[in-house]
Design a protein around this ligand. Structure first.
Ligand code: RIB
Ligand code: CA
Length: 338
Protein backbone atom coordinates (compact mmCIF):
# COMPACT_ATOMS: atom_id res chain seq x y z
CA UNK A 1 0.00 0.00 0.00
CA UNK A 2 1.45 3.41 -0.96
CA UNK A 3 1.44 5.53 2.17
CA UNK A 4 0.16 9.08 2.13
CA UNK A 5 2.89 11.60 3.01
CA UNK A 6 1.57 13.97 5.66
CA UNK A 7 2.79 16.71 7.99
CA UNK A 8 0.76 17.26 11.17
CA UNK A 9 0.64 20.90 12.38
CA UNK A 10 -0.63 20.88 15.97
CA UNK A 11 -1.26 22.89 19.13
CA UNK A 12 -1.09 19.82 21.40
CA UNK A 13 -3.72 19.98 23.19
CA UNK A 14 -5.72 16.93 24.19
CA UNK A 15 -7.50 16.30 20.88
CA UNK A 16 -4.32 17.11 18.96
CA UNK A 17 -2.67 14.35 20.98
CA UNK A 18 -5.35 11.88 19.90
CA UNK A 19 -4.90 13.02 16.28
CA UNK A 20 -1.13 12.51 16.58
CA UNK A 21 -1.57 8.98 17.96
CA UNK A 22 -3.83 8.09 15.05
CA UNK A 23 -1.50 9.68 12.48
CA UNK A 24 1.45 7.70 13.91
CA UNK A 25 -0.36 4.37 14.24
CA UNK A 26 -2.60 4.28 11.15
CA UNK A 27 -0.58 2.42 8.52
CA UNK A 28 -2.00 4.51 5.68
CA UNK A 29 0.34 7.37 6.60
CA UNK A 30 3.98 8.30 6.19
CA UNK A 31 4.21 11.02 8.85
CA UNK A 32 7.08 13.24 7.66
CA UNK A 33 7.10 15.42 10.76
CA UNK A 34 5.13 17.26 13.43
CA UNK A 35 5.14 21.06 13.56
CA UNK A 36 3.92 22.66 16.79
CA UNK A 37 2.30 26.08 17.03
CA UNK A 38 0.94 28.47 19.67
CA UNK A 39 -2.71 27.79 20.25
CA UNK A 40 -4.41 25.90 23.05
CA UNK A 41 -1.35 26.67 25.18
CA UNK A 42 2.04 28.29 24.59
CA UNK A 43 4.21 26.84 21.82
CA UNK A 44 6.89 25.57 24.23
CA UNK A 45 4.14 23.47 25.86
CA UNK A 46 2.53 22.33 22.61
CA UNK A 47 6.00 21.26 21.48
CA UNK A 48 6.73 19.45 24.75
CA UNK A 49 3.35 17.68 24.67
CA UNK A 50 3.91 16.59 21.06
CA UNK A 51 7.25 15.05 22.09
CA UNK A 52 5.48 13.19 24.92
CA UNK A 53 2.98 11.70 22.45
CA UNK A 54 5.76 10.61 20.06
CA UNK A 55 7.37 8.66 22.91
CA UNK A 56 4.01 7.26 24.05
CA UNK A 57 3.71 5.72 20.57
CA UNK A 58 7.35 4.53 20.67
CA UNK A 59 8.14 6.58 17.55
CA UNK A 60 11.15 8.43 18.97
CA UNK A 61 13.95 8.54 16.38
CA UNK A 62 11.36 8.01 13.64
CA UNK A 63 9.02 11.01 13.96
CA UNK A 64 10.52 14.44 14.61
CA UNK A 65 8.95 17.51 16.22
CA UNK A 66 9.62 21.11 15.17
CA UNK A 67 8.77 24.14 17.28
CA UNK A 68 6.82 26.83 15.45
CA UNK A 69 5.42 30.30 15.81
CA UNK A 70 5.04 31.69 19.32
CA UNK A 71 2.49 34.34 18.36
CA UNK A 72 -0.24 34.76 15.76
CA UNK A 73 0.55 36.87 12.69
CA UNK A 74 -1.45 39.93 13.66
CA UNK A 75 -4.29 39.24 16.12
CA UNK A 76 -2.23 40.02 19.24
CA UNK A 77 -0.74 43.27 17.90
CA UNK A 78 -3.70 45.37 19.01
CA UNK A 79 -4.08 45.10 22.75
CA UNK A 80 -7.86 45.41 22.84
CA UNK A 81 -8.50 42.07 21.10
CA UNK A 82 -9.24 39.07 23.33
CA UNK A 83 -6.42 37.22 21.61
CA UNK A 84 -3.96 39.72 23.01
CA UNK A 85 -4.09 38.30 26.53
CA UNK A 86 -0.29 38.17 27.02
CA UNK A 87 0.00 37.04 23.39
CA UNK A 88 -1.25 33.56 24.11
CA UNK A 89 -4.80 32.28 23.85
CA UNK A 90 -7.44 32.40 26.50
CA UNK A 91 -7.55 28.72 27.45
CA UNK A 92 -10.63 26.57 27.18
CA UNK A 93 -12.13 25.35 30.46
CA UNK A 94 -10.61 25.81 33.91
CA UNK A 95 -7.00 26.69 34.70
CA UNK A 96 -6.77 23.50 36.72
CA UNK A 97 -4.50 21.08 34.86
CA UNK A 98 -6.62 18.17 36.05
CA UNK A 99 -9.84 19.51 34.56
CA UNK A 100 -8.64 21.74 31.72
CA UNK A 101 -9.68 20.65 28.24
CA UNK A 102 -6.04 21.26 27.32
CA UNK A 103 -3.68 20.68 30.27
CA UNK A 104 -0.26 22.35 30.19
CA UNK A 105 1.24 18.87 30.49
CA UNK A 106 -0.46 15.80 29.01
CA UNK A 107 -0.81 12.85 31.43
CA UNK A 108 2.43 11.33 30.12
CA UNK A 109 6.05 11.24 31.34
CA UNK A 110 8.21 14.28 30.55
CA UNK A 111 9.88 13.72 27.19
CA UNK A 112 13.41 12.32 26.99
CA UNK A 113 13.71 13.53 23.38
CA UNK A 114 13.97 17.13 22.18
CA UNK A 115 12.54 19.12 19.30
CA UNK A 116 14.72 19.65 16.24
CA UNK A 117 16.99 22.68 15.81
CA UNK A 118 15.15 23.84 12.67
CA UNK A 119 12.00 25.87 13.28
CA UNK A 120 8.66 24.54 12.04
CA UNK A 121 8.55 27.10 9.24
CA UNK A 122 12.04 26.15 8.01
CA UNK A 123 11.09 22.46 8.13
CA UNK A 124 7.86 23.10 6.21
CA UNK A 125 9.61 25.11 3.50
CA UNK A 126 12.62 22.79 3.11
CA UNK A 127 10.54 19.60 3.12
CA UNK A 128 7.98 20.93 0.66
CA UNK A 129 10.57 22.42 -1.73
CA UNK A 130 12.34 19.04 -1.82
CA UNK A 131 9.08 17.24 -2.69
CA UNK A 132 7.41 16.60 -6.04
CA UNK A 133 4.39 18.73 -6.97
CA UNK A 134 1.30 17.56 -5.12
CA UNK A 135 3.23 15.06 -3.00
CA UNK A 136 2.56 16.16 0.58
CA UNK A 137 -0.69 16.63 2.51
CA UNK A 138 -0.73 19.17 5.32
CA UNK A 139 -2.98 18.40 8.31
CA UNK A 140 -3.24 21.55 10.44
CA UNK A 141 -5.35 21.07 13.56
CA UNK A 142 -4.40 24.28 15.37
CA UNK A 143 -4.10 27.93 14.34
CA UNK A 144 -2.64 28.22 10.83
CA UNK A 145 0.21 30.56 11.77
CA UNK A 146 3.08 28.21 10.78
CA UNK A 147 1.58 27.36 7.40
CA UNK A 148 0.59 30.93 6.54
CA UNK A 149 4.07 32.23 7.45
CA UNK A 150 5.69 29.48 5.35
CA UNK A 151 3.46 30.35 2.38
CA UNK A 152 4.29 34.05 2.66
CA UNK A 153 8.01 33.34 3.14
CA UNK A 154 8.27 31.05 0.09
CA UNK A 155 5.19 30.68 -2.15
CA UNK A 156 7.07 28.03 -4.16
CA UNK A 157 5.82 25.53 -1.58
CA UNK A 158 2.19 25.94 -2.65
CA UNK A 159 2.23 23.64 -5.73
CA UNK A 160 4.03 21.00 -3.65
CA UNK A 161 0.97 20.64 -1.42
CA UNK A 162 -1.43 17.86 -2.46
CA UNK A 163 -4.20 18.97 -0.10
CA UNK A 164 -4.68 20.80 3.19
CA UNK A 165 -7.05 18.95 5.53
CA UNK A 166 -7.87 21.58 8.16
CA UNK A 167 -9.64 21.13 11.46
CA UNK A 168 -11.05 24.62 11.67
CA UNK A 169 -13.97 26.92 11.13
CA UNK A 170 -17.64 26.73 11.93
CA UNK A 171 -20.96 27.60 10.33
CA UNK A 172 -23.83 26.72 12.67
CA UNK A 173 -21.41 25.69 15.44
CA UNK A 174 -18.76 27.96 16.99
CA UNK A 175 -16.87 28.00 20.28
CA UNK A 176 -14.38 30.83 20.98
CA UNK A 177 -16.97 33.47 20.22
CA UNK A 178 -20.56 33.32 18.92
CA UNK A 179 -19.07 33.73 15.42
CA UNK A 180 -15.68 32.01 15.51
CA UNK A 181 -13.98 28.66 15.98
CA UNK A 182 -10.82 28.57 18.11
CA UNK A 183 -8.21 27.69 15.45
CA UNK A 184 -9.46 30.55 13.30
CA UNK A 185 -10.07 32.91 16.24
CA UNK A 186 -6.48 32.79 17.48
CA UNK A 187 -5.08 33.77 14.08
CA UNK A 188 -7.79 34.87 11.63
CA UNK A 189 -5.30 36.48 9.24
CA UNK A 190 -3.37 33.21 8.94
CA UNK A 191 -6.56 31.31 8.18
CA UNK A 192 -7.45 33.78 5.43
CA UNK A 193 -3.95 33.60 3.88
CA UNK A 194 -4.31 29.82 3.61
CA UNK A 195 -7.88 30.08 2.27
CA UNK A 196 -6.58 32.38 -0.50
CA UNK A 197 -3.59 30.15 -1.33
CA UNK A 198 -5.25 28.23 -4.17
CA UNK A 199 -4.48 24.87 -2.53
CA UNK A 200 -7.09 22.11 -2.41
CA UNK A 201 -8.58 22.71 1.04
CA UNK A 202 -11.06 20.66 3.04
CA UNK A 203 -12.43 22.29 6.18
CA UNK A 204 -13.42 19.93 9.01
CA UNK A 205 -15.38 22.46 11.07
CA UNK A 206 -17.18 22.24 14.38
CA UNK A 207 -20.40 21.41 12.50
CA UNK A 208 -18.74 18.06 11.71
CA UNK A 209 -16.52 17.52 14.74
CA UNK A 210 -19.34 17.96 17.24
CA UNK A 211 -21.04 14.97 15.61
CA UNK A 212 -17.93 12.88 16.39
CA UNK A 213 -18.01 13.29 20.14
CA UNK A 214 -16.85 10.37 22.30
CA UNK A 215 -18.38 9.46 25.64
CA UNK A 216 -16.86 8.25 28.89
CA UNK A 217 -18.51 4.90 28.13
CA UNK A 218 -16.70 4.71 24.78
CA UNK A 219 -13.48 5.70 26.53
CA UNK A 220 -13.78 2.48 28.55
CA UNK A 221 -13.89 0.44 25.33
CA UNK A 222 -10.69 2.21 24.24
CA UNK A 223 -9.10 1.69 27.64
CA UNK A 224 -9.81 -2.05 27.47
CA UNK A 225 -7.41 -2.30 24.50
CA UNK A 226 -4.71 -1.76 27.08
CA UNK A 227 -1.80 -0.37 25.06
CA UNK A 228 -0.04 2.88 26.07
CA UNK A 229 -1.64 4.86 23.20
CA UNK A 230 -5.08 3.42 24.00
CA UNK A 231 -4.72 4.29 27.69
CA UNK A 232 -3.67 7.83 26.74
CA UNK A 233 -6.66 8.29 24.46
CA UNK A 234 -9.04 6.96 27.13
CA UNK A 235 -7.53 9.36 29.69
CA UNK A 236 -7.86 12.27 27.28
CA UNK A 237 -11.48 11.51 26.39
CA UNK A 238 -12.27 11.52 30.09
CA UNK A 239 -10.28 14.73 30.71
CA UNK A 240 -11.98 16.45 27.76
CA UNK A 241 -15.39 15.34 29.04
CA UNK A 242 -14.61 16.89 32.43
CA UNK A 243 -13.45 20.13 30.80
CA UNK A 244 -16.35 20.36 28.36
CA UNK A 245 -18.86 19.76 31.16
CA UNK A 246 -17.77 23.11 32.58
CA UNK A 247 -18.70 25.04 29.45
CA UNK A 248 -20.75 23.12 26.90
CA UNK A 249 -24.27 22.09 28.05
CA UNK A 250 -24.78 19.79 25.03
CA UNK A 251 -21.60 17.82 25.70
CA UNK A 252 -22.34 17.78 29.42
CA UNK A 253 -25.67 16.07 28.68
CA UNK A 254 -23.93 13.58 26.39
CA UNK A 255 -21.24 12.88 29.04
CA UNK A 256 -18.66 13.21 26.31
CA UNK A 257 -16.55 15.62 24.28
CA UNK A 258 -15.83 16.25 20.61
CA UNK A 259 -12.49 14.84 19.40
CA UNK A 260 -12.10 17.58 16.81
CA UNK A 261 -8.59 17.05 15.45
CA UNK A 262 -8.68 13.27 15.02
CA UNK A 263 -11.61 13.65 12.60
CA UNK A 264 -9.33 15.49 10.15
CA UNK A 265 -6.95 12.48 10.20
CA UNK A 266 -9.81 10.00 9.81
CA UNK A 267 -11.11 11.92 6.79
CA UNK A 268 -7.85 11.23 4.92
CA UNK A 269 -8.42 7.46 5.26
CA UNK A 270 -12.23 7.37 5.11
CA UNK A 271 -13.44 10.49 3.25
CA UNK A 272 -16.98 9.15 3.69
CA UNK A 273 -16.70 10.02 7.40
CA UNK A 274 -17.41 13.59 6.31
CA UNK A 275 -21.01 14.12 5.22
CA UNK A 276 -22.77 16.93 3.39
CA UNK A 277 -19.44 18.17 2.01
CA UNK A 278 -20.05 21.24 -0.14
CA UNK A 279 -17.64 23.11 -2.44
CA UNK A 280 -18.00 26.71 -1.29
CA UNK A 281 -16.53 30.18 -1.30
CA UNK A 282 -15.40 30.85 2.26
CA UNK A 283 -13.55 33.81 3.74
CA UNK A 284 -12.51 34.87 7.21
CA UNK A 285 -13.70 38.00 8.98
CA UNK A 286 -10.47 39.90 9.78
CA UNK A 287 -12.22 43.19 10.42
CA UNK A 288 -11.63 42.96 14.19
CA UNK A 289 -15.27 43.46 15.05
CA UNK A 290 -17.64 41.25 17.04
CA UNK A 291 -17.37 38.56 14.32
CA UNK A 292 -13.53 38.62 14.17
CA UNK A 293 -12.48 35.14 13.02
CA UNK A 294 -15.83 34.11 11.56
CA UNK A 295 -15.67 31.72 8.58
CA UNK A 296 -18.22 33.19 6.21
CA UNK A 297 -19.65 31.02 3.44
CA UNK A 298 -21.10 32.84 0.43
CA UNK A 299 -24.40 31.02 -0.23
CA UNK A 300 -25.85 33.66 -2.53
CA UNK A 301 -27.03 32.44 -5.95
CA UNK A 302 -25.11 34.95 -8.07
CA UNK A 303 -24.81 35.44 -11.81
CA UNK A 304 -21.03 35.75 -11.41
CA UNK A 305 -20.35 33.91 -8.13
CA UNK A 306 -17.13 34.24 -6.15
CA UNK A 307 -14.72 31.38 -6.94
CA UNK A 308 -15.11 28.37 -4.65
CA UNK A 309 -11.98 27.90 -2.52
CA UNK A 310 -12.67 25.01 -0.14
CA UNK A 311 -14.76 21.94 0.63
CA UNK A 312 -16.78 22.45 3.81
CA UNK A 313 -18.09 19.42 5.74
CA UNK A 314 -21.38 20.31 7.37
CA UNK A 315 -21.80 16.89 8.99
CA UNK A 316 -19.92 13.70 9.92
CA UNK A 317 -20.50 10.03 10.70
CA UNK A 318 -19.65 9.17 14.31
CA UNK A 319 -19.88 5.40 13.73
CA UNK A 320 -17.19 5.43 11.03
CA UNK A 321 -15.00 7.66 13.21
CA UNK A 322 -15.20 5.51 16.37
CA UNK A 323 -14.79 2.22 14.43
CA UNK A 324 -11.66 3.65 12.72
CA UNK A 325 -10.14 4.62 16.07
CA UNK A 326 -10.81 1.21 17.68
CA UNK A 327 -9.55 -0.67 14.59
CA UNK A 328 -6.28 1.29 14.45
CA UNK A 329 -5.64 0.81 18.18
CA UNK A 330 -6.45 -2.92 17.99
CA UNK A 331 -4.06 -3.31 15.00
CA UNK A 332 -1.34 -1.53 17.00
CA UNK A 333 -1.98 -3.92 19.89
CA UNK A 334 -1.51 -6.88 17.54
CA UNK A 335 1.66 -5.31 16.10
CA UNK A 336 3.00 -5.01 19.64
CA UNK A 337 2.38 -8.75 20.11
CA UNK A 338 -0.03 -8.08 22.99
O1 RIB B 1 -12.06 24.46 18.02
C1 RIB B 1 -11.41 23.22 18.20
C2 RIB B 1 -9.94 23.35 17.94
O2 RIB B 1 -9.39 24.25 18.88
C3 RIB B 1 -9.19 22.03 18.14
O3 RIB B 1 -8.12 21.98 17.24
C4 RIB B 1 -8.67 22.13 19.55
O4 RIB B 1 -7.44 21.41 19.73
C5 RIB B 1 -8.41 23.59 19.67
O5 RIB B 1 -7.13 23.83 19.11
CA1 CA C 1 -5.88 21.62 18.04
Amino acid sequence: MEKRKIIMDVDTGSDDAIALVMAMLDEHFDLLGITAVNGNIEVKLTTDNSLRVVECCDKQGEVKVYKGCEYPIASTLISWTAQSFRGVPIREGSKDNATAVHPDQLPLPAPTIKEEEDSAVVFLIETLLAAEDGEITLVPVGPLTNIAVAMRADPRIIPKIKEIMIMGGGHDVNNSSPASEFNVWIDPEAFEIVLQSGCKITLVPLDATHKCFMTVEEAQKVRAIGTKPALLIADLIEQRTTGYAQMDAEMKALNGAPIHDALAVCALVYPEVLKNVVHVNCHTDISRGFAYGETIIDQRIRVNPEPKNCYFAFDADKDIFVKWMIDVLEKDKANRGM
